[in-house]
Write a protein that binds this ligand. Structure first.
Ligand SMILES: Cc1ncc(COP(=O)(O)O)c(C=O)c1O
Length: 391
């Protein structure tokens, strides 16, 4: 029997949450139902909130030492859930994965060096290199049977002289769970081109049956040797506001270089809740996550049914992982401005438009389904009404 209530609608307005807080600035109006930024509308689980409250009740917000449960909790979770064996000394705190990417670029590359990202991809992957004067190389993903796949001969060419490849494993926004074979091929090419691979595994715990997340560092000796893995419980347990992530670097030379950079600015120190929340999530989160995943999987099924029954012009790319559904809207026959007008001014929805994730995202909209079913139903009905009325 379900213990948690994911149908509860929590009013997030006026909580300074990003999802509502920037509607006027980014969309030019506030009367929108937002299903964009990748956090959940579900209440963060009580066992996490209680642990934070208990810490607060102590009454002193002084300097904090590392939570002794933190590294063992990460090791236990990764072993049990992803068959990823990690040693204590391989783990280091990082204050967010996007920042982690920036730190790696600072520590391992120079301005003008090449950084490769897939296209489309989570936008900070290319914004961070661009903003720090690195040369961006976009490897265009191709679509096969409604899913993104890698064109390996092209990737081989694209990796020429590339210093760092930033990999979303699983992939955001397409939701691909890369197979062991795909990851091994990436690893062989990275090794050939002497490329450092950052594997961002933030969506790993939200992988849908029958797919299984495969940690990049586990696919071959090469992958283990040339990779930095980033992880966090923030997507799966809805804690991104706490800002708590970690790096795993098996290669001692790479680890020492990264950790020296992190230590130089005390970037490897979290706030007093950061490690606490990760430890709580990984030590006590099993049951909550199971139920949350069931609910979200139901939402993904609902979205697929809705579009196939009501709006077949829009084709959702079925995510193999994550609560993000990339909607292929090319069947509507609209240009970019018309598509935005439909979603924003006609349907009154705030979604991430696909072009935000790179040129290949054209004609897509990204829908976040980590929300109560009633909210999702409302949003899709608004979209259907707008299309029926205006197109
Ligand atoms: C692939 C990916 N990496 C990183 C992040 C953000 O991580 P952080 O908040 O730790 O910087 C997101 C958030 O949507 C994401 O989708």
């Amino acid at each position: 029997m379900a213990r948690y209530n994911f149908d509860e609608v929590v009013d997030r307005r006026h909580s300074d949450c990003l999802k509502y807080g920037v509607l006027q600035d980014r969309w030019g109006r506030t009367d929108l139902l937002p299903l964009w930024v990748a956090d959940m509308d579900f209440r963060t689980p009580d066992f996490i909130l209680d642990a934070i409250r208990q810490r607060l009740d102590h009454g002193i917000l002084g300097y904090t030492a590392s939570d002794s449960r933190w590294k063992p909790a990460i090791m236990g979770w990764l072993k049990e859930h992803h068959n990823f064996e990690v040693a204590l000394h391989e783990i280091t705190f990082i204050p967010g994965i996007v920042r982690g990417i920036a730190f790696v670029l600072q520590a391992f590359t120079e301005p003008g060096d090449k950084v490769l990202v897939f296209d489309p991809v989570y936008h900070p992957f290319f914004l961070v290199p661009q903003h720090s004067g690195r040369q961006l190389v976009r490897h265009k993903l191709v679509q096969a049977d409604g899913q993104y796949v890698i064109d390996f001969p092209q990737l081989d060419k694209d990796l020429e002289d590339v210093k760092v490849l930033v990999l979303s494993n699983p992939h955001n926004p397409g939701g691909r769970v890369w197979t062991a074979d795909e990851l091994q091929q990436i690893a062989s090419l990275a090794e050939k081109h002497r490329t450092l691979v950052i594997s961002d595994e933030i969506h790993a715990d939200l992988t849908w049956d029958p797919y299984r997340h495969i940690p990049y560092a586990t696919v071959s000796d090469e992958a283990r040797r040339h990779s930095i893995t980033f992880g966090s419980p923030s997507k799966a347990f809805n804690t991104p506001g706490i800002v708590s992530s970690y790096s795993i670097v098996p290669n001692g030379t790479i680890r020492r270089k990264l950790n020296a950079y992190l230590a130089s600015g005390e970037f490897d120190e979290g706030n007093m809740f950061a490690q606490l929340v990760t430890a709580e999530a990984y030590l006590h989160g099993e049951e909550w996550l199971k139920e949350a995943k069931q609910y979200i999987a139901g939402n993904i099924g609902y979205v697929e049914q809705f579009f196939s029954n009501n709006l077949p012009q829009i084709r959702p790319m079925r995510p193999q992982a994550s609560f993000l559904v990339f909607l292929d809207c090319s069947g509507l026959g609209l240009n970019h401005e018309q598509l935005l007008d439909l979603f924003i001014d006609k349907a009154h929805l705030a979604l991430d438009d696909g072009e935000k994730f790179g040129p290949s995202g054209q004609h897509f909209m990204r829908l976040n389904v980590a929300t109560p079913r009633s909210v999702l139903q409302q949003a899709l009905q608004q979209l259907k009404d707008a299309i029926d009325h205006y197109l």
